[in-house]
Design a protein. Structure first.
Length: 536
């Protein structure tokens, strides 16, 4: 018996599709998630486009929706605010750690002592610049305020775009000024279609290595409503990535999760639909509850329909006047006087649903997970938490916040640090021999964000001390987790001890070091046990 021939699948023009394409379409059948025949996944049509094909066409919709949900949804605002508070907080601090080992290729004098002194000098210059409005082109915001704005931009816009301008005329000692530009203005000239060399307003080099060489910026915001500026929204400026001598002219900071991704997407993109649905549900329940609260009872009459009709026909005005004299006003603490024969029936509202709170909490937990923030942190709800699960949630949240701060440092703060250092080296304010050759060695640093806080201060401080004494932890890392700079911490403590000594106060730190607390393997000696309670 001969086997029946399998008819090959045809293409749109009627030709036979290659066997490899047939197998690609139908799949091997080994993975249920790839099946085109199983009922639960047969209608699942997912995009197979490139990173830009999947992202760029949707940004015009995703970005306004992400902004709208954060503006009008309290839980969305809480997620964003909590994240920014833990990523930026009251400010991100520079901890300069120049690579003195690499710099020893210049001279052996570049050692640990030099690195410590040079790093402290550079931090002083940076903080002078960053903690004032000297860094802002508009002379309105400090660097920490701009950092907060840039962090919010990742929630709303999927990234930020910053122009480092050269404005020496301000006379504040710094010519490098920052102007943040909303990513709406980053687009192809004349809204042209994307091409391999121009996508999402970013122009790439011709050898297709992915190197950006220019950005195209609208001179006005496309959503601007002022008549005088509307013409600017039709005029684009092409800004090269670097000057002829290599200085950055713009900084595009965004998170990329796929190769060849040109633009970032809002951090809330994955949960926008859940946000909108739970928002509708909560508003519907609140509206129902308010409506039900306005109905406190119903007044009924024993009269039949025919009797009421006859009353109207006999003396309609007298009947209506009597009813009005016995009308019940619906307000609090009212004792109703009913019309003879009427009855008052109480109304028991059935909304909101009995499972309203549990359902909302479960959906919000799913949303919080999708947004990268544990629910207890986003909702500030620790009512059902103990120390262990609260600490586990906080550790998971801090892991996300630390990663996002690290990306903000690498993609945005590091370039700004390099631009300012270049200016200061050129002006002679700080000495960095062979700066352009060893630029990365001079720029090496870490960024310290807000402190993690304590859940149980005694337990955590004891653990830090044990690890520090065992040389398995460093003061730099411990201080950074508390939002402190280790060098400033030591300097401040030394200053406080000197001041206390001048005032004649004892050094409790030295006393504790000389008399460490005793640790007993089993029970303490009899003379150190707590006396038993005296019976009444």
């Amino acid at each position: 018996m001969t086997k029946p021939r399998i008819r090959p699948k045809t293409t749109a023009d009627g030709g036979a599709m290659p066997r490899s394409s047939v197998l690609s379409y139908w799949g091997s059948g080994a993975h249920h998630g790839a099946s085109h025949t199983l009922r639960d996944v047969a209608a699942w049509h997912a995009s197979a486009g490139s990173a830009d094909s999947d992202t760029l066409p949707d940004l015009d919709t995703l970005i306004p929706r992400a902004r709208d949900i954060r503006r009008n949804n309290g839980f969305a605002q809480s997620i964003a605010q909590t994240s920014v508070d833990n990523i930026v907080g009251s400010g991100i601090r520079l901890c300069a750690t120049p690579d003195y080992v690499a710099l020893q290729a210049i001279d052996d004098s570049f050692d640990e002592d030099w690195a410590d002194a040079w790093g402290e000098q550079w931090e002083s210059i940076w903080h002078e610049y960053w903690w004032s409005t000297a860094c802002d082109a508009g002379d309105k915001k400090t660097g920490d305020m701009i950092s907060e704005e840039v962090s919010y931009s990742k929630f709303d816009n999927g990234g930020s775009f910053t122009l480092p301008l050269w404005l020496p005329q301000r006379g504040d000692g710094f010519a490098t000024k920052l102007q943040t530009v909303e990513v709406d203005r980053l687009s192809n000239p004349l809204d042209a279609a994307d091409t391999p060399l121009l996508r999402g307003g970013i122009e790439f080099n011709a050898d297709l290595t992915g190197e950006a060489i220019a950005a195209h910026i609208l001179k006005g915001h496309p959503g601007e409503r002022f008549m005088w500026s509307q013409y600017k929204a039709q005029d684009w400026a092409r800004i090269p990535r670097r000057t002829p001598w290599g200085r950055l002219r713009w900084i595009h900071d965004y998170d990329s999760d796929r190769p060849d991704q040109t633009r970032g997407k809002p951090w809330l993109s994955a949960v926008l639909d859940q946000f909108k649905n739970i928002d509708r549900y909560v508003k519907a329940e609140i509206a129902a509850a308010v409506s039900n609260a306005n109905i406190w009872g119903a007044i009924t009459t024993p009269l039949e329909h025919d009797e009421i009709v006859s009353l109207f026909r006999d003396n309609e005005e007298e009947y209506l006047a009597a009813r009005n004299r016995h009308a019940v006003t619906m307000k609090a603490n009212t004792l109703a006087t009913l019309f003879p024969g009427d009855e008052l029936t109480s109304f028991i509202p059935q909304r909101p649903a009995t499972g309203f709170g549990v359902f909302v909490k479960n959906v919000q937990s799913i949303i919080a997970i999708g947004a990268g923030v544990p629910y207890v942190i986003a909702a500030k709800d620790f009512s059902e938490s103990n120390y262990s699960n609260t600490r586990a949630a906080m550790l998971e949240g801090w892991r996300t916040f630390d990663r996002r701060r690290d990306r903000l440092g690498a993609g945005w703060l590091d370039p700004i640090n390099g631009l300012l250092m270049e200016e200061m080296v050129t002006s002679g304010r700080i000495k960095a021999p062979e700066f352009y050759r060893f630029r990365r060695a001079y720029l090496r640093c870490t960024w310290i964000g807000p402190g993690q806080g304590y859940i149980d201060k005694v337990k955590e401080a004891t653990g830090d001390q044990i690890m520090l004494d065992g040389d398995t932890e460093t003061l730099q890392r411990i201080a950074a987790r508390r939002g402190l700079h280790w060098r400033e911490l030591i300097n401040q403590r030394a200053m406080e001890r000197k001041y206390a000594a001048r005032k004649g106060l004892p050094d409790h730190t030295a006393t504790r070091a000389a008399n460490p607390p005793q640790v007993f393997d089993n029970e303490p000696p009899e003379d150190q046990k707590r006396p038993a309670a005296v019976p009444a």
